[in-house]
Design a binder for this molecule. Structure first.
Ligand code: PAF
Length: 256
């Protein structure tokens, strides 16, 4: 498994390795959800690339960026186990030579839901994903449906800019009790971890949005948003039931 740290080196590698490439972009802290993306990539491409880059431009909250879990050794094991051929692991300077003065911005879908509560978040996501697609030139790129708004915005960007890549959505992977896998789940306290699966249970079974909101609030969750849009019921909640007592934001969605 090769590890490449600069855009120039990756571009050179890709020129020499022109087989079909499946790409899984991540910010590390890999879990079973990422493994599912890697498995899909492995099954349908000759080569598999994984990127690990905690992208600061998509964090509107500095604390959230500082607290983002880093598990490099474990990530390497997971990558090896899933047959990754090459890891792209750039630093900020190499991937933002412009110091983020050029920005991809979407003016409609990115302003609601997660975009409304995390200003600038999707500008950062779209900008880094465009950079990664331009450097890696994959045939297919894999994104989880858990970040459903992110997935639809990336699809929209790929169509808008005629980027020659197929975006493959992968269904949400859940814990045995229904909690959607997320790198942020490690921050939940024991009590938080016990009630967090209720988020999925409630959005799946409530008759309507008002009922779901009430049930979530009765459990002590603070609702960021709960909406039905794009054929999905999407939710973001805040909880203080964390190991540090700091507020944690969790998202989930179900098809309607
Ligand atoms: O979903 C993520 O992990 C990130 O938003 C992504 C797509 C890797 C961009 O930094």
């Amino acid at each position: 498994m090769k590890i490449i740290t600069t855009p120039a080196d990756f571009i050179a590698w890709r020129n020499e390795n022109q087989q079909s490439l499946g790409f899984v972009p991540t910010m590390g802290a890999l879990h079973l959800g990422h493994e599912e993306l890697l498995k899909n990539a492995r099954a349908n491409n000759e080569l598999v690339a994984l990127s690990i880059f905690v992208n600061p431009t998509q964090f509107n909250d500095k604390k959230d960026l500082q607290n983002y879990p880093k598990t490099w050794e474990q990530d390497l094991e997971i990558a090896k186990k899933n047959g990754v051929d090459v890891i792209f692991y750039p630093d900020f300077e190499s991937i933002y030579p412009d110091n983020y003065s050029y920005i991809i911005s979407e003016n409609d879908k990115s302003k609601v839901l997660c975009g409304a509560s995390r200003p600038g978040h999707f500008d950062g996501v779209l900008t880094i994903v465009l950079k990664l697609l331009n450097i890696l030139k994959p045939n297919r790129a894999y994104f989880g449906e858990k970040d459903f708004q992110q997935l639809s915005l990336i699809r929209g960007m790929v169509a808008a800019f005629f980027i020659p890549v197929e975006i493959i959505p992968v269904a949400i992977v859940r814990e045995f009790d229904g909690l959607a896998l997320s790198s942020r789940n490690v921050h939940l306290s024991d009590e938080g971890r016990k009630i967090a699966p209720k988020i999925y249970e409630i959005i799946k079974s409530a008759k309507n949005i008002d009922e779901a909101k009430k049930q979530l609030e009765d459990l002590g969750f603070k609702i960021d948003y709960l909406e039905e849009i794009w054929g999905r019921r999407l939710v973001a909640i805040f909880t203080n039931l964390t190991k540090t007592g700091n507020e944690l934001r969790l998202i989930d969605n179900v098809e309607i």
